[in-house]
Design a protein around this ligand. Structure first.
Ligand SMILES: NC(=O)c1ccc[n+]([C@@H]2O[C@H](COP(=O)([O-])OP(=O)(O)OC[C@H]3O[C@@H](n4cnc5c(N)ncnc54)[C@H](O)[C@@H]3O)[C@@H](O)[C@H]2O)c1
Length: 267
């Protein structure tokens, strides 16, 4: 039997990048997938977001693996669109076993040049977004007396980042939510963990490079300082970690922070 046979995973920011890789890798191990994404450009940051075409091709790929896929378009800031996606998931599958709270944005700004819009967007998407999604999925997990929530924080959820104060604040906030939810939800057999990747080779990294007039490699090197001789990790590396954390192999793992940092935080 495959690891995630009969399991349902709800993944935010699934159209491309880490969310897509995790969706495919869970589906490969038997999970049915709810793929949630805003699937359009937002005003901030001015880089490429996921698209409707990417969501459709993800659905096709999941179905070609013999699994079911539900596509839901919405913004994690918009509780109505999250509620509609959760309702759609419950109607189709009757439950949600795994939540990968992954949708997020990143951009650089100096403290004295940061606008209200930049600060608010960062906190609303990266911190309130995961809260919005979790608060609507938790009742279903509570009812089932089981579930796992994996929050995609960052190494910046465990250290500081230069010109990244709003991003850093949002990701430390998500680390805090992980700890608090783990305490609150343990009696319901719901596990909550956070992951903390170093730079990942995704459209986000490419987008930041374009905004900064730098190469993707320079962006990765700027915020990283990996010990291992790699500029970044790949989305597939993140998928391997999420697969472990979502599986029964991690059945007694909750409240913990998992770094995938090529050694960065050791220094
Ligand atoms: N790329 C990195 O270097 C890196 C490192 C550590 C942590 N992270 C975190 O990992 C997560 C995924 O990053 P990625 O590199 O795959 O990014 P990405 O920009 O490549 O993909 C993010 C996806 O989320 C979607 N999304 C963004 N805002 C949304 C919103 N408001 N509502 C719904 N969907 C939304 C986008 O459309 C896109 O499909 C983010 O939370 C990010 O902060 C990224």
């Amino acid at each position: 039997m495959l690891e995630f046979e009969k399991k349902v995973a709800f993944i935010t920011g699934a159209a491309h990048g880490q969310g897509r890789a995790v969706a495919l890798s869970l589906a490969l191990q038997g999970a049915d997938i709810v793929a949630f994404d805003v699937a359009k450009k937002l005003d901030y940051p001015a880089y490429e977001f996921g698209t409707g075409e990417e969501l459709l091709s993800l659905k096709e790929e999941i179905e070609s693996l013999g699994r079911k896929a539900v596509i839901a378009v919405g913004d994690v800031r918009d509780i109505a669109s999250v509620a509609a996606a959760v309702d759609k998931a419950i109607l189709e599958f009757g439950k949600i076993d795994i939540l990968f709270n992954n949708a997020g944005i990143c951009a650089y700004a100096e403290i004295d040049k940061m606008t209200d819009e930049e600060w608010n967007s960062m906190i609303d998407i990266n911190l309130k977004g995961p809260f919005n999604v979790a608060r609507l999925i938790v009742p279903h997990m509570k009812k089932a007396k089981s579930g796992v929530i994996i929050n995609n924080s960052s190494v910046m959820g465990l250290r500081g980042g230069n010109r990244l104060s709003h991003y850093t604040a949002s990701k430390w906030g998500l680390t805090g939510l992980t700890k608090a939810w783990a305490i609150e939800l343990a009696p319901y057999n719901i596990r909550v963990v956070s992951i903390h990747p170093t730079g990942v080779n995704t459209p986000m990294n490419d987008g930041l490079a374009a905004l900064e007039g730098a190469t993707p490699l320079e962006i990765a090197e700027r915020s990283a300082g990996n010990l291992l001789p790699v500029p970044w990790v790949e989305s597939q590396d993140v998928a391997h970690l999420v697969n472990y954390l979502a599986s029964d192999k991690a059945r007694y793992v909750t409240g913990s922070q998992f770094v995938l940092d090529a050694g960065l935080l050791s220094v």
